[in-house]
Design a protein around this ligand. Structure first.
Ligand code: NI
Ligand code: MN
Length: 266
């Protein structure tokens, strides 16, 4: 009887305890891991069309032009990290710091075939040649080279091949770096290759699209989160900031104009 009583007591106690544990387990369970596509990506602006985007710990640097950019004086080019440099085209305002950063960091430079050859002649050996329409899986991300309507001479007058835009796809999200380009119907193809989280689009006019065209581009690429680039650096591309922001606002879109050196999480 005594044993039975103890057992009952014990089992009741055990029952209550297990309920209790279940409650604790319910409230303490870790948050469900978010699908990778919703992970935050870190984007740093270095002025003009130069950005760094971190994917799986790798730093992707786009079109480095810092040393000769008056507006980017406070940026120390020697502190910029790069595992990859993505070169949209050969113009000096996109490639001026590529050789220096590539040599210092050993970053792999992804560029049009002709720019890859030119870089090899400058002593940059870690290069990956591509061309319009091609894609390559670099492990942490895939690059699809898309049409950019522009030109692409190199600073010494060498032929730079076709200018490129890049659709980057990764487990952490997809985005589009347009490079220097006009608004072009080719942009309608971009959603086939990536579900864009954000897009880096030129807005400075004169050499590229203006803000109104960039709004149209954002319709074509099906992406309402735009980061502006290629504006204000020199006289021909100075923008009216308020007017530019208004154009996007009226279209129901977000235009982000981060300060030089600023990092945003998207
Ligand atoms: Ni250009
Ligand atoms: Mn340019």
């Amino acid at each position: 009887m005594f044993i039975k009583f103890c057992l009952i007591q014990f089992s009741i106690f055990n029952f209550q305890f297990s309920i209790h544990l279940r409650y604790i387990a319910y409230f303490c369970q870790p948050a469900k891991p978010q699908p990778n596509k919703h992970r935050i990506m870190q984007i740093t602006y270095y002025g003009h069309s130069c950005f760094s985007v971190v994917i799986k710990g790798k730093h992707l640097l786009f079109d480095p032009f810092i040393t000769h950019n008056e507006l980017a004086k406070k940026i120390d080019v020697n502190n910029i990290k790069a595992d990859y440099i993505l070169q949209s085209h050969g113009h000096a305002d996109h490639i001026a710091d590529t050789v220096g950063i590539a040599k210092r960091t050993g970053a792999k430079v992804i560029a049009a075939y002709e720019i890859h050859e030119w870089l090899n002649k400058q002593g940059v050996e870690n290069t990956h040649p591509m061309n319009t329409g091609g894609k390559w899986n670099f492990g942490e991300f895939t690059v699809k080279c898309v049409v950019a309507h522009h030109s692409s001479g190199l600073p010494d007058g060498s032929y730079g091949g076709n200018p490129l835009g890049f659709v980057i796809t990764s487990e952490e999200g997809d985005f589009y770096y347009a490079g220097d380009t006009a608004l072009t119907l080719d942009m309608q193809l971009v959603p086939r290759w990536g579900k864009l989280k954000f897009a880096l689009l030129p807005i400075g006019d004169n050499f590229t699209m203006d803000a109104a065209d960039a709004v149209e581009a954002s319709n074509m690429i099906k992406c309402d989160q735009v980061i502006g680039m290629h504006y204000d650096t020199f006289g021909f591309i100075k923008i009216d900031r308020e007017k530019t922001l208004q154009i996007f606002k009226e279209a129901g879109k977000t235009l982000m104009l981060p300060g030089i050196g600023e990092t945003i999480d998207l």
